[in-house]
Design a protein around this ligand. Sequence first.
Ligand SMILES: NC(=O)c1ccc[n+]([C@@H]2O[C@H](COP(=O)([O-])OP(=O)(O)OC[C@H]3O[C@@H](n4cnc5c(N)ncnc54)[C@H](O)[C@@H]3O)[C@@H](O)[C@H]2O)c1
Ligand SMILES: [Zn+2]
Length: 362
Amino acid sequence: MTTPAQIPVTSRHGVYEILVGADIVGGLADRLDALGLPERRVVVSQSRIWRLHGRLLAKVVGRRAPILLPDGERHKTLVTVSRIYDALIRMAADRATTVVAFGGGVVGDIAGFAAATYLRGVPLVQVPTTLLAQVDAAIGGKVGVNHAQGKNLIGAFHPPSVVVADPLLLATLPRREFRSGLYEVVKYGVIASRDLFDRVADGLPAIFARTPAALNPIIVESCRIKADVVGRDELERGPRRVLNLGHTVGHALEAITRYRRYLHGEAVALGMLVAAELAVTRGVMPAADRDRLSRLVMQMGPLPALADLSAAAAIEAIRLDKKMAAGRLHMVLPLGLGSVAVVGDVTDKELTRAMRAAGLQK
Ligand SMILES: NC(=O)c1ccc[n+]([C@@H]2O[C@H](COP(=O)([O-])OP(=O)(O)OC[C@H]3O[C@@H](n4cnc5c(N)ncnc54)[C@H](O)[C@@H]3O)[C@@H](O)[C@H]2O)c1
Ligand SMILES: [Zn+2]
């Protein structure tokens, strides 16, 4: 077994580790034993992922069949959570049961919410299988599901006991999904590490070839940045907001296209470009850094169209979002590659200008 990188994450309930390493999922059962996690283990996954990688968890599931959820964000609902409760009750799962989420962010969020609420909480292990989940969704303890009125409106904070991220699992990920996760890696670079940004920019071919040698360091570095931020602000009262770089506009783009046009990371990439335009106009970001960011985003591959969308509609969606969050519009602006600031005074006029500069219609 290779020795994985270990990144500690501080939460209200103690410290847990993110383990990153090629080929570490096969040894999961032993690791969970070593952590003293309850031996009754229930794996929650999706049939495609289970078909591709389920044999790696044979020792974890034993003779108990996994709970397989339907694929797709549209199934991230309370109905699906209920199915998990049904299965847990059928197998008479008690508090001495560990829920193992084996999948992308959708599985992690749903299974995590079930683990947070079943018997008021049972231990959870996150084994993320998408790049997005390895560097983002599986870390930080946010779990939950969507409501017809909006994304992630129902949820809880339920930190996992351990996160096990194995880059070899990403070999089977559709290229567009992989790229979507990579935009979040770029986001971490812009937020906190020019070095990470450069590593992605300079290593694109090897990263897209998904060699562990290229993937391991960028996953580790992204996890470190997320771990550091959520360790300081688990409940998102302040500092955690920096992770929302590109998300104010990104969420709006997803919403006005009814979540059909963009993958999440793609919308975030466009959102980052808008934030960078705004920052350059304000004079807080060097134009050369914005240009490097937009060059990298373009180099990574094609993004779905933007030019037919109106800035006014996007701003409308941002306002709605803001109303749901019952607060002022906070926006994260890059100050360069590797640092950001959260501002609360962005005007609609500025936003419209920046969106048009990034390619939206008036
Ligand atoms: N909790 C958090 O802090 C947090 C943070 C970011 C995102 N999220 C949530 O994460 C979700 C998005 O996650 P995602 O991008 O991982 O999407 P996803 O879970 O839908 O996975 C994307 C697709 O890839 C497939 N897949 C997963 N692993 C695979 C593999 N190894 N090989 C082949 N196919 C594989 C899935 O079946 C799915 O079809 C959203 O619901 C979002 O709200 C949560
Ligand atoms: Zn995101």
